[in-house]
Design a binder for this molecule. Structure first.
Ligand code: ADP
Length: 466
């Protein structure tokens, strides 16, 4: 069987200590192990003049880790990937900070990845490239002569062509995408917009879900990012016995918990969520002293000014809400900046009667799925979900949907969730669980890799026939 090679910006090499890896990382690693695979990416270290990737082997699989020059990394990661692409792909045009030199650093790092990876590739390897940091990697590999199968998966939304067009480099990036054999995205909406962009702005010819461009056939498809639904549910059921989870539960003193959990990111809609909660407390006196909102939001990308500003905004909002409503024995809001170990997090999600997932835009949002999976089937909580999270395509039937900009209606949805009778909660939870039972992280991985194999077979038959 052909070897699978995964490429992502960061690689998590298991250290033997407890690994705090997210669901998809674990699934990729498990899959790679079976395929005797290779995982290639940045080591997390800097070097003035980076050398070749260092290869370490763990059991049957290998990791190849590359150091980067610190200035290149800043331009590539903070400058372009997170300063331009991240806000653009999340529909935040006003936050796009285009700088030509950052884009050059992005291309340089992608070329460096390709130049070092090509040294390790065998002709029949199947390569799976991950995410917006590495869009041009496939093109660079092609330029260096790699003819094997390459797939690309986008973990963020793909906005409409009108938005992508704002980026001065949109044509180059669109053309680069058309060097892949397979492009996977998370939602029907992203798929529709991506096909439209590549057809109308870049000039690819559509044939069903395939795109034809410069003599190449690019397959595309929707592969919804997912979780280990049953595994996460079991973990949550055990976690409620955990000391830290019990301690949270006891600290509530019988009050109802509403929980939000995400990286501190402007896409997650946190200031609006806080405002909606404030509105709820201001307009529903009957809930005063009966509810507590816990927001867990570890700091991320603190090097960027927008992220630091968000942090101060939330600190102010937390103080304001507490100052306005708290009594000596009740604080309506708890705001925690620390990450929480996954096992404990699953217990917290189970204890919360309301899960708040209200991003302004999100490619998928795995927390929404984790919240559903963590619930007690006999007494499930209610998910309040933004219409602008990719997860809405699967959870839209069971969750209470909100537009996070509409503070008053979001506050009403919070109230409806808090007051929802048990029969409706069970009914809604079951509707959310249905798709999550069928489509898991495992099926996500298998579907993408299966498609890559299929394309590799088809391509090698074509090559033999020629
Ligand atoms: P994003 O990829 O934009 O951060 P997702 O919701 O798709 O958002 O995935 C986030 C992952 O990180 C989830 O698996 C979630 O459980 C985990 N996570 C988010 N916040 C925390 C936290 N405070 N502590 C631990 N894990 C977290």
């Amino acid at each position: 069987m052909a070897r699978l090679v995964i490429v992502s910006n960061r690689v998590s090499v298991p250290t033997g200590r407890r690994v705090e890896a997210g669901g998809l990382t674990v699934v990729l690693r498990d899959g790679l192990r079976k395929a005797d695979g290779l995982w290639f990416g940045w080591s997390g270290d800097f070097a003035e003049q980076p050398g070749p990737a260092k290869v370490t082997t763990r059991g049957k699989m290998s990791y190849a880790l590359l150091d980067l020059n610190q200035d290149d990394y800043k331009g590539f990661y903070y400058g372009f990937a997170n300063g331009s692409l991240w806000p653009l792909f999340h529909y935040r045009l006003g936050l796009v900070d285009w700088k030509a030199e950052s884009y050059r650093a992005y291309r340089k790092v992608n070329l460096q990845f390709a130049s070092e990876l090509i040294k390790l590739l065998k002709p029949d390897d199947q390569v799976w490239v991950h995410d917006y940091q590495l869009i041009p990697l496939g093109e660079e590999l092609r330029k260096l002569g790699f003819t094997g199968t390459i797939g690309f998966y986008l973990h963020v939304p793909f906005p409409s062509g009108d938005i992508v067009e704002v980026l001065p480099a949109h044509v180059e990036l669109g053309q680069a995408m058309l060097n892949y054999d397979l492009i996977g995205v998370q939602t029907d909406r992203a798929h529709h917009d991506m096909l439209d962009f590549l057809e109308r702005w870049i000039g690819a010819e559509r044939e069903g879900e395939d795109l034809l461009y410069a003599g190449r056939r690019v397959r595309t498809g929707v592969y919804r990012a997912a979780i280990d639904t049953l595994g996460f549910g079991k973990e949550a059921a055990v976690a409620v016995e955990n000391e830290e989870v019990r301690s949270l539960e006891e600290s509530l003193g019988g009050r109802t918990l509403m929980l939000g959990v995400e990286r501190l990111d402007y896409t997650k809609g946190l200031p609006l969520r806080f405002a909606a909660y404030e509105h709820l407390l201001a307009t529903h006196e009957d809930w005063l002293r009966k509810v507590i909102m816990l927001q867990i939001a570890p700091v991320s990308r603190g090097e960027l000014a927008q992220y630091r500003a968000l942090r101060s905004d939330l600190e102010r909002a937390t103080g304001r809400i507490a100052g306005r409503f708290a009594s000596p024995d009740w604080n309506p809001i708890r705001y925690v900046n620390q990450p929480v170990p996954r096992k404990i997090l699953s217990g917290y999600l189970r204890v919360a009667q309301v899960g708040l997932v209200t991003p302004l835009r999100d490619g998928m949002n795995l927390v929404a799925k984790e919240y559903v999976a963590a619930q007690d089937p006999q007494n499930p909580g209610v998910l309040v979900l933004s219409r602008f999270a990719g997860a809405v395509e699967e959870l839209g039937e069971g969750a209470l949907l909100v537009n996070p900009l509409d503070i008053e209606r979001t506050a009403e949805a919070m109230r409806d969730a808090l007051a929802m009778p048990i029969d409706e909660r069970i009914d809604r939870w079951q509707r959310c669980m249905e798709p999550l039972r069928v489509w898991t992280a495992r099926t996500w991985y298998d579907a993408f890799v299966h498609k890559l194999h299929e394309i590799a077979d088809a391509n090698s038959k074509l090559a033999h026939a020629a």
